[in-house]
Design a protein around this ligand. Structure first.
Ligand SMILES: [Fe+2]
Length: 252
């Protein structure tokens, strides 16, 4: 049953092994709770008292950023130390106006966080940003994927690797870890249907989506410093469809 405290809604998932925390703007954070310590994945985009909530849910825990975008890091300042990739550290500093009032430590591909009863592996997933990471709860077979695996993946912000760079990440993820998890849990849900995990098969669907991009069938959804932003939806579906797969990228 969903509870509410400090302006966050939260719920225990994965048979009580993790807490799904939703900030006031709907961004999804996850606190994995192990027998020895926990791991907080992202801090969201609100300045409510996330620290007190997490301290009440778990006595000792590390804090990681899936990437450096604003909506994942705003409450970082409440914690003593944040693990973030070197590649996304400049993005994080940008959010905080240049200087951070907290310690950071480099996140490395393959790095293990020992929760006691299980281990969580940090996996580099460059694409959405160059320093994006996912976190594989190895015993629970769940990949917490931030913005790197979503029904609609955005490759439009500064630091993105474009569709082909992102595709290479997906291929590597499947070949190296495809047997190690059953589903991914992204940081954002569908605008209409809300939060939901993504089946592993979704990764192959996204690769197919990128392979079938047809510029004549893309829709312009906006523009930024790189020019037009295009969206391509696979299989002739509509973006709003529950099971659609789509990718957004700058016009090549
Ligand atoms: Fe993002």
């Amino acid at each position: 049953m969903q509870k509410e405290k400090y302006n966050y809604r939260y719920d225990f998932i994965d048979e009580g092994k993790a807490v799904h925390i939703i900030d006031a703007t709907g961004v999804n954070l996850f606190l994995l709770v192990g027998s020895k310590r926990g791991l907080l994945i992202d801090t969201g985009q609100c300045k409510d008292d996330l620290r007190s909530l997490c301290d009440e849910l778990c006595s000792d825990y590390d804090v990681v950023n899936t990437h450096g975008h604003f909506d994942h890091v705003v409450a970082d300042y409440q914690f003593d130390k944040i693990y973030v990739s070197d590649n996304d550290l400049p993005l994080l500093k940008q959010v905080y106006g240049g200087s951070l009032g907290f310690e950071t430590e480099s996140l490395n591909d393959g790095q293990l966080f020992d929760l006691g009863d299980r281990k969580v592996k940090a996996i580099a997933l460059p694409g959405h940003t160059s320093g994006s990471f996912g976190f594989l709860d190895m015993d629970r077979r769940i990949l917490y994927s931030g913005d790197s695996l979503m029904r609609n993946v955005s490759l439009q912000h500064i630091g993105n690797l474009g569709p082909l760079g992102y595709r290479a990440t997906l291929v590597r993820l499947l070949s190296e870890y495809g047997n190690d998890f059953d589903y991914a849990i992204p940081a954002h849900g569908h605008r209409a249907f809300g939060f939901r995990p993504l089946e592993k098969e979704y990764i192959s669907k996204m690769i197919d989506c990128i392979d079938s991009v047809d510029l004549s069938r893309c829709v312009v959804i906006g523009s930024n410093e790189f020019g037009d932003i295009l969206r391509f939806v696979a299989d002739g579906k509509k973006y709003e469809d529950y099971d659609s797969v789509s990718v957004e990228f700058s016009r090549p």
